[in-house]
Design a protein around this ligand. Structure first.
Ligand SMILES: [Zn+2]
Ligand SMILES: [Zn+2]
Length: 47
């Protein structure tokens, strides 16, 4: 497969359009927390 679109670093699905401000990973809107500007993975470490 060719990555024409950004692949989400969390769920691995195409269509990633957000960059986590903490880890810099490209993630999709589902895995991105726009309120904190981080991915769902980094969000677990935020309080
Ligand atoms: Zn995702
Ligand atoms: Zn992150």
């Amino acid at each position: 497969m060719v990555d024409l679109l950004g692949l989400c670093s969390i769920c691995g699905k195409p269509g990633a359009m957000f960059t986590c401000h903490l880890c810099g990973k490209l993630v999709c809107n589902i895995c991105f927390d726009r309120e904190h500007g981080v991915c769902s993975s980094c969000k677990k470490g935020i309080r």
